[in-house]
Design a protein around this ligand. Structure first.
Ligand code: OOG
Ligand code: MG
Length: 261
């Protein structure tokens, strides 16, 4: 059985699970030798297939950049994954439950790039100088794996549990904010369930951006001008069931209110 797995089959399996909204066991249960380089090849193959069906590449997302996320998932290493235009949730739209398996919501700091950013050797300071705007965001993650149980290669192959994301109403130039101090309070049905500051994300979200640029450079890639970068969940993710009402209140980047559908 396990000898049957390869990049093509894994990509087909994950995209099919997404399309049919059917969760499944981690691929490494059957393919324990799956390594990180092969997992990124699977991620890239799923991107190629998304683009072949007409989606457009619009940026990257980081995953597992905060201790809250790393502890929950039991994985201490950050990762990068792809964003396409099909993953954009318009402001005010409910969580698209009919397209997702078991969505969870997490607040993130979002960058829009003014300039191309290519590693290696990118620091937080050089990363920040390539940013055009900063926004608050909420990512709706949706693992294809049952109960969000996975290893690092599994979640890399699964495009870091990508679902969709919404950005907030306020866009600021990066220079006027101390992003390590930017706070977010996460509410479900009017009750505060979690809070964090930007410092939770690798000490500063710009560190996460630098990390992404340097990680992509190892694969001969760069962060392009105009791209969106989700820097990773600041808090643990919360379930977003139908009928719930989620809110992420940022200290200077405004509030995002989201109906669970
Ligand atoms: C992996 C996705 C991680 C983040 O911001 O940490 C991610 C997961 O938690 O399922 O998007
Ligand atoms: Mg995320």
């Amino acid at each position: 059985m396990m000898g049957d797995w390869d990049v093509q089959r894994a990509a087909s399996t994950l995209l099919e699970a997404e399309h049919t909204r059917t969760d499944r066991p981690p691929i490494t249960d059957e393919w324990p030798e799956l390594d990180l380089a092969t997992a990124y090849a699977i991620q890239d193959e799923t991107l190629a297939r998304r683009l072949a069906r007409g989606e457009h590449l619009i940026g990257v997302k980081l995953g597992l950049t905060s201790r809250a996320k790393q502890q929950r998932m039991g994985i201490s290493s950050p990762l990068v994954a792809w964003l396409t235009d099909a993953m954009v949730l318009p402001a005010g739209a409910p969580v698209p439950q009919d397209q997702l398996i078991h969505p969870r919501a997490e607040p993130e700091i979002v960058f829009v790039m003014a300039q191309r950013l290519a590693g290696p050797g990118v620091t937080a300071a050089t990363a920040m100088s390539a940013v055009g705007a900063v926004l608050g965001g909420v990512e709706i993650i949706d693992s294809r794996y049952t109960d969000f149980r996975f290893t690092l290669p599994d979640v890399v192959a699964d495009n870091a549990s990508s679902g969709c994301y919404v950005t907030g109403p306020v866009s600021r130039p990066p220079t006027i904010l101390d992003l390590s101090m930017e706070a977010v309070v996460l509410e479900v049905d009017g009750e505060v369930v979690d809070s964090a500051t930007g410092g939770a994300v690798q000490g500063h979200p710009a560190e996460a951006l630098a990390l992404a640029a340097n990680a992509l450079a190892e694969r001969g890639l760069a962060i392009e001008a105009g791209w969106v970068v989700l820097t990773g969940g600041m808090t643990d993710a919360v379930f977003a069931p139908p009928g719930s009402r989620l809110a992420a209140h940022f200290s200077t980047l405004g509030s995002i209110v989201l109906s669970g559908g």
